[in-house]
Design a protein around this ligand. Structure first.
Ligand code: FEO
Ligand code: CA
Ligand code: CA
Ligand code: CA
Length: 543
C-alpha cells in the first residue's frame, strides 16, 4: 500500500514538541527508519513527581496524581450516520492527519465479544441469524477521525469521510499468489488483539484467538488431511460456513481508505502483535508472538524494501540464540510433512515445532526500545508450567542488527507478589524511552488465590532515567474485571490513548452485572477508549 510514508516519518520527527525535546525525538524516528540507533537522551532525567498508586477494587479507572482522563468513545457510540463503534477494543494506533497531530485517524481493534452483555447469548443450536449478524458487526476494527479542541479535549469528527468499520462481514483479499483453502479472499476479520504500524503509515492488526468463531481444523499428522473440525463457541458456523484457515493472519489496513489485505507471508497462528523495524536498505523486519502456552516467537525479514509479501519467516530458538528459517526448501522435515510453503504458513505452529522453535510462556506484545534497539517481549504466564506471573524479556540481536540470525536474551522484569505485578501483556515506550506496560490477569482470577495481590489489572511505568530509574510505578488501575490494552502515545507525548477492555466480564446475566463502567448506576458495562493526559505525563517527558 502506498501511503505517505515520508509524511508519517516526518511527523514523528517533528511532532508538536518544543525546544529541548528534539533530542529525544530522534531515537523514536530512528527506531522506525534506521538500523543505526541513537545513543539516547543522555541529558534527560525522568521527573516522576507522583507516587505509585495502590491496588483497588473500585469500579473505575483510578490514576496517579497529576494525570487526567476522558472517555473518547465506547461500544455502540455512533461514529457516522451509519456506523457505530465496536466492542472489546484492544490495539490502538493514531495516524496523524496534520503537522501538529491535532487531528488524526484512530484505529481500534475490536477483538472479541461478550454475548451475555450484548444480549445475544443462546446455545449454538438455537442461536438466530440476527444474533450472529449482530455479533459479526461488533468485532473487527474501527477507523475514527479524532480531533483536539482548544481546551485539550479529544472528540470524534462524525462528519469525516475517514470514519468506517471493518467487521466479520468485510471481504479482505489475501496478499499471496496461491489460494488459501480454495479462496483468494476471506470474509471478515476478528480476534484482532495487538498490532503495529508500518513506516508507510498503514496499520497491522493481528488476528489472535480465531477458533471461537468458525472453529479450527484438526489435521492428520501423517498426510495433512483435515480429519476433524473443532466447533467455535459463538455458533456462527451454522449460518456462515467459512474456512478456519481464513483467520489467524496479520491484516494490513490503509487508514485513509479502509482497504485491507491479509499477510500470508507472516504465517498463521494466534498472532498477538506485529512490531516493525526498517533496515537501512529499506527492507522491513516484523516481530510477532503466538499467544498460547508453549507457543513460539517469529520474525519476518523482507527481501525487498517495504514489502510484506516476499520475505523469509523465522522462528526463535532461545536456547541456541538462533532464528531458524521456516522456508520449505531449507528443511527435509518440512518437505516430508507439508506439500508447499503455503501449507507451512497456514500450519505455522506445527512447522515451528518441527524445526526447533522454543516453546515460550505465552509471547504477547513486543516493542523495540527506541534508545538501545533491544526487543522487549512480554511472556504473560504459563500456568500448566507453573509460571503464574510471567515476565518481560529483552532480546538483543547480535551486532545490533535486526537482520541478524543470532541473538541473546535475558529477563528484564519477572512478575511475582514481591515484584508487585503479574501477567504483563501490552508494552509501550514513550517519547523518552520510558517503558509502560499493562497486565492481563483474567476477570475470574483477579484477587483470587495466587493472584490476591492483583485485585485489579493495572498500567505500570518503569522510568528509564532519573532518581527513580527502574522503579515499578503503578499509574492506573482498571475497573472491575477489566484490563487495559492498546496503550498508544500521541506523537507529541502529551496524550496516551488506552483501551479499557471487558469490564464486568464475570457478569452472569444482564441482571447480575459485575461492573457498570463507564456510565455507572445500573448501566451495562462497555469497553471503551480513554485518553490520559495531565501535568504528570508532560513533566515526565519535559514537553
Ligand atoms: Fe488478546 Fe494475547 O491477548
Ligand atoms: Ca493482548
Ligand atoms: Ca485480553
Ligand atoms: Ca492478553
Amino acid at each position: 500500500m502506498k501511503y505517505s510514508r515520508r509524511s508519517f516519518l516526518e511527523f514523528l520527527g517533528k511532532g508538536s514538541v518544543v525546544g529541548a525535546a528534539s533530542f529525544a525525538l530522534a531515537p523514536v524516528l530512528h527506531a522506525c527508519k534506521s538500523e543505526i540507533i541513537s545513543p539516547g537522551p543522555v541529558s534527560y532525567d525522568a521527573q516522576v513527581g507522583f507516587k505509585s498508586i495502590t491496588v483497588s477494587k473500585a469500579d473505575q479507572v483510578r490514576l496517579a496524581d497529576g494525570f487526567t482522563q476522558e472517555l473518547l468513545v465506547k461500544f455502540g457510540d455512533p461514529i457516522s450516520d451509519k456506523d457505530y463503534f465496536g466492542t472489546h477494543n484492544d490495539y490502538l494506533a493514531f495516524i496523524p492527519l496534520n503537522e501538529d497531530g491535532s487531528e488524526g485517524i484512530l484505529w481500534s481493534n475490536h477483538e472479541y465479544l461478550d454475548p451475555v452483555l450484548m444480549g445475544t447469548y443462546a446455545p449454538a443450536e438455537v442461536k438466530t441469524i440476527e444474533q450472529v449478524e449482530k455479533e459479526q458487526y461488533a468485532v473487527g476494527g474501527s477507523l475514527v477521525h479524532v480531533q483536539l479542541n482548544a481546551q485539550g479535549s479529544w472528540s470524534i469528527n462524525k462528519e469525516s469521510e475517514y470514519n468506517r468499520r471493518l467487521t466479520a462481514k468485510t471481504s479482505i483479499p489475501f496478499l499471496w499468489d496461491d489460494p488459501i483453502d480454495g479462496s483468494m479472499e476471506a470474509i471478515g476479520t476478528f480476534a484482532g488483539c495487538a498490532g503495529g504500524v508500518t513506516p508507510w503509515g498503514t496499520i497491522l492488526s493481528c488476528e489472535e484467538n480465531t477458533d471461537q468463531y468458525y472453529g479450527e481444523y484438526v489435521y492428520d499428522e501423517m498426510n495433512g488431511v483435515v480429519i476433524d473440525r473443532l466447533p467455535g463457541g459463538y455458533g456462527w458456523k451454522k449460518y456462515f460456513d467459512y474456512s478456519p484457515e481464513h483467520y489467524g493472519w496479520v491484516v494490513e489496513i490503509n487508514p485513509k481508505t479502509g482497504e485491507a489485505h491479509k499477510l500470508v507471508a507472516l504465517g498463521r497462528c494466534a498472532h498477538e502483535c506485529a512490531t516493525m523495524h526498517q533496515l537501512e536498505d529499506g527492507r522491513v523486519v516484523v516481530y510477532s508472538g503466538d499467544d498460547g502456552n508453549d507457543r513460539c516467537l517469529y520474525k519476518y525479514i523482507s527481501h525487498k524494501p517495504n514489502d510484506l509479501k516476499d520475505g523469509t519467516l523465522y522462528v526463535a530458538n532461545l536456547e541456541k540464540g538462533e532464528w531458524i528459517s521456516l522456508k520449505y526448501e531449507d528443511h527435509a522435515i518440512l518437505q516430508e510433512k507439508f506439500k508447499s510453503q503455503t501449507e507451512v504458513l497456514v500450519r505455522m505452529r506445527e512447522a515451528a515445532y518441527l524445526v526447533g522453535g522454543s516453546r515460550l510462556n505465552r509471547p504477547e506484545d513486543i516493542e523495540i526500545d527506541p534508545v538501545t534497539g533491544a526487543v522487549f517481549i512480554s511472556l504473560t504466564n504459563n500456568k500448566p508450567k507453573g509460571d503464574l506471573h510471567g515476565s518481560i524479556i529483552k532480546l538483543t540481536e547480535d551486532s545490533e542488527d535486526k537482520a541478524s540470525l543470532t541473538f541473546k536474551t535475558e529477563t528484564f522484569l519477572a512478575g511475582s507478589e514481591e515484584a508487585g505485578f503479574s501477567s504483563p501483556d501490552n508494552l509501550a515506550f514513550d517519547l523518552r524511552g520510558n517503558l509502560w506496560f499493562t497486565t492481563d490477569v483474567g476477570g475470574y482470577t483477579l484477587g483470587a488465590g495466587e493472584y490476591d495481590f492483583m485485585p485489579c489489572n493495572s498500567l505500570f511505568l518503569v522510568p528509564r532515567s532519573g532518581e527513580r530509574a527502574g522503579e515499578l510505578i503503578r499509574v492506573a488501575t482498571a475497573p472491575n474485571d477489566a484490563e487495559f490494552t492498546g496503550p498508544y502515545f500521541h506523537p507529541n507525548g502529551k496524550y496516551l490513548f488506552l483501551s479499557v477492555q471487558h469490564p464486568g466480564e464475570t457478569s452472569s446475566s444482564l441482571e447480575d452485572l459485575a461492573s457498570h463502567w463507564p456510565e455507572g448506576g445500573d448501566s451495562i458495562p462497555l469497553s471503551g477508549v480513554i485518553v490520559i493526559s495531565g501535568e504528570s505525563l508532560t513533566n515526565l517527558q519535559h514537553v
